[in-house]
Design a protein around this ligand. Sequence first.
Ligand code: ATP
Ligand code: MG
Length: 582
Amino acid sequence: MLVTLREHPADADIISHQLLVRGGFIKRVTSGIYAYMPLMWRVLQKITHIIQEELNAKGCLETLLPQLHPAELWKQTGRWQGYTKGEGIMFNLKDRQGRELGLGPTHEEVITRIAGESIKSYKQLPVNIYQIQTKFRDEIRPRFGLMRSREFIMKDAYSFHSSEADLQSTYIEMNDAYEQIFTRCGIDTVKVDADSGAIGGAASQEFMVTADAGEDLILISSDGKYSANQEKADSIAKEGKELKEGSPEIIETKGQNTIELLCRDKFFEPDQVVKVILILAILEDGSKQPILASIRGDQELNEVKLLNCISKQVKQNVISIKPISKEDLKDVPFGSIGPDLEDSFLNEVSKWSQKFIRLTDRTAADLKLFICGSNKPDFHRIFFNWSMIGGPHQIVDIRKAQPGDLCIHDQEQTLIEKRGIEVGHIFQLGKKYSLALGASFTNEHGSQEPFWMGCYGIGVSRLAQAAVEQSHDESGIIWPINISPFQVIIVIANVEEETQRILGEKIYKDLQDKGLEVLIDDRKERAGVKFKDADLIGIPWRIVVGRDSSSGKVELIKRSNRSTTLLSCESATKMLLAEIFN
Ligand code: ATP
Ligand code: MG
């Protein structure tokens, strides 16, 4: 079963994915679905074990929840629609009676119902329950092997509390446990502030492995005191160049329907323009709400912030947002829209709400004089201010923080960008799920109260690959010792030589007796082939039994820096024990 490949697999774009396929750790079965081969399974079990030890030490209880979830449960929290329709990622099916079921992408619904039925009194709280299990998500773009797959292993924990303060103290405990887990797994992580959604959710942090191949953009302050996922990051936009005084007028801007063209032809700067973006929000109750968002022309909208902001306004979940285009609204003068575009333009689509929610990002609201669309095709307004157009409307933060922006905590500091792989996430959920599912307990005063909840995830299979992304060289993987499938590999250079074979097998047995995890390569292959494979699969220590075996000597090689020592097999064993067990 241990088969390595010479060539780079064609479909693997990032190094960790290539190495895991080449090293025979994983086999693709279909898009986003992989078999964990024996070596990989050992890695995953090591990670599992570390997680179990650290969580058990914090008093968490391991469990195993079902993977098939009744739709009705997800309908109660309002997530069925969003998770199964449109870009929803929940695999779903019907059973022989025609009842709808979903394959668990996450387990808040299931665990909250169980907690509600099992925990009656504040005296039974707090409780922190976790499981390590396969999750299913029909990702829109499965890629990078185990990084974003459709079937993957996750550790998910859920905590239940009688007060917010108690939730917060568990949150800190879990944070500490996570730091321990990642350190023991031999990976470097950065903790960043993360989006915690619009409804409920006070605090949320992600643990990121920094790597160029990371899918998340993280922004870190130059002094290292602030770090956040770009989805969440707050910052101060660099000040724009103010428009010099002039009398308001309407100018013709034919063919200049983008900010870039407008600025090029008229010698403006993008940061002197109010950009208006029309967006349609699809709400949980099925209704469609048009949004008119104004932002300074050099800035970009942050869709996560926008979505949260809309959710708050409409007091329900937003399933998705999409840009409104010419196809939706024929009469709207796209390219020349102003913040005061009339609601009557919405008459064209009677199924939508007939009133825009108007949101103004602070960058736009702060402009004293600006250029903006005139709501007539091919004309813009210049030297206008907000009072002339009845604004600004609600001032909000919906902009994407950018590298180079000034930091909120200290304006001397700027934001630097890095890419990250999210391996873990801790989250103060609040009462969102317990309220929706009516999961409550009797409090000290004898009345019913919904649980305070937290949830905590680790992508176990993603973590394994992230470790490879962080630790490899041109010849292959370099596993951190604690999650390596084996601690030592013995390579018998030439198995046809009896002395080598006997000595190799003796050391193999010795090391095993001493409690080490040892792999032996006694294949009838050339020594060079075996060395290459040993490099590729990345076992941290290698013992080569070769020509010097006649004098009882072997080579001990450290995979990470290739330091090589020739020594007696007894000394090699001693040295290994000292290195591995400290
Ligand atoms: P992402 O933003 O990467 O899609 P998420 O925020 O949806 O992840 P959570 O629901 O917080 O993920 O899941 C907990 C952990 O599970 C994540 O921190 C991540 O490590 C892992 N994970 C999530 N989706 C996948 C996936 N498709 N493949 C592998 N691991 C995943
Ligand atoms: Mg997450």
